[in-house]
Design a protein around this ligand. Structure first.
Ligand code: TXA
Ligand code: MG
Length: 346
């Protein structure tokens, strides 16, 4: 049975956090909000507990988990040979939506890192997450709390949709602030490489580290299967809605014109059409969702909108893309994945 307890994200109820921490200590699963998305948590140092995460999500066992800590100092007890770039990132961006990949110490079980010699670590800024890690007295391994292949959950309701009966407790702290998963940066290579873009942007990382590369699997339209995916999560299909999804990029005018054209084409074929707009344009289609206009709004609502499209009867979803500056890189990365890399340059 899955219990759902509501907690004020600004002032988490200590008694509820304590009960949740007891479950973590006993080796059970607790889903909790972070500032990015909801996580499915277990004691990161308990291999039996960690196995339950893979089982509940249906996650391939070769896809490693992020270990969540409640202080920057904890990084040094989980990772060895920590480079100075890590010190900088910890100082600048912890707590926050950034995960760093470092050489792992033996204390971290193979189950958590999928046998990799490295460990991904992040200190979330969400008060609920921090309080839970603190009260558990152990780092918490937590992937996004969705069923494998579904969009990451940004509301407790999404977790319930995917994992009802498979998780002992869901802490409901309302909609998450950022809406996209953390930036993952590999610091075991030189120069550092972004494995997954997020709200700590490429520009922000370059601002403090100098040269930073971005893994090619994040930007190209068609995935070259031969490319070495250093972050194993990158090779799995993600976020895919049931309907076919196409993303259109370019200037606002070009995007709107191209989408109108596509609507005509699909319409003559008798297809039911959905649109997700980022420019606010009204199209005459079967279902339209507004993603908001600012990149912050778009990021925050994107996964919720993708889930909502699964509940309406459309054959194709046309999405107005955004430019890849700042948070736009992370938004387009998720849209590329959701579309199976079908991005049309208008
Ligand atoms: O915002 C987030 O990061 C959320 C919240 C819950 O913290 N968590 C999350 O976890 O998105 P997950 O498991 O859905 O995504 C973790 C990503 C995967 O792409 C995985 O392959 C990568 O991080 N990863 C984990 N450990 C790694 C490692 N040792 N080396 C390279 N990539 C790693
Ligand atoms: Mg995930």
């Amino acid at each position: 049975m899955t219990e759902v307890w509501t907690v004020n994200p600004g002032r988490p109820d200590v008694r509820i956090i304590k009960k949740a921490a007891e479950l973590i200590k006993k080796g059970n699963l607790v889903a909790f909000p972070t500032e990015t998305v909801y996580g499915l948590g277990a004691d990161a140092l308990n291999s039996e507990a960690v196995k339950k995460i893979f089982l509940a999500k249906g996650r391939p066992v070769d896809n490693p988990l992020i270990v969540h800590v409640s202080s920057g100092d904890s990084v040094y007890s989980l990772a060895g040979n920590v480079p100075k770039e890590a010190d900088v990132l910890i100082r600048e961006f912890f707590p926050g939506p950034l995960t760093i990949v470092l050489e792992k110490k033996p204390i971290v079980p193979d189950e958590t890192t999928a046998k990799l010699p490295t460990v991904a670590i992040r200190m979330p800024s969400s008060r609920i997450a921090l309080a839970l890690i603190e009260a558990s007295g152990t780092p918490i391994a937590a992937p996004s709390a969705n069923k494998a292949g579904r969009p990451s959950p940004t509301k407790a309701q999404h977790v319930l949709e995917d994992l009802d009966g498979k998780v002992d407790l869901i802490i409901d702290g309302g909609a998450t602030e950022v809406g996209l998963e953390s930036t993952v940066v590999d610091l075991t290579v030189k120069p550092p490489q972004i494995l997954r873009p997020g709200a700590v942007t490429l520009e922000m990382l370059r601002g403090v580290l100098g040269t930073v590369h971005i893994s090619p699997t994040n930007t190209q339209n068609l995935v070259d299967r031969e490319l070495v995916a250093r972050s194993p999560g990158m090779k799995y299909k993600h976020y895919a809605p049931k309907a076919e999804l196409l993303v259109v990029i370019g200037s606002d005018n070009d995007v709107q014109r191209k989408i109108s054209e596509l609507i005509n084409d699909f319409d003559t074929k008798g297809m039911r059409i959905g649109v997700a707009t980022t420019t606010g344009k009204k199209y005459h289609v079967n279902h339209i969702e507004s993603l908001g206009v600012t990149k912050q709004e778009i990021a925050k609502g994107l996964f919720d909108v993708l889930r909502r499209f699964d509940e309406v009867d459309v054959d194709v979803i046309l999405v107005e893309g955004v430019d890849e500056e700042g948070l736009g890189l992370a938004i387009m990365n998720r849209l590329r994945k959701a579309s199976g890399h079908r991005v049309i340059d208008a």
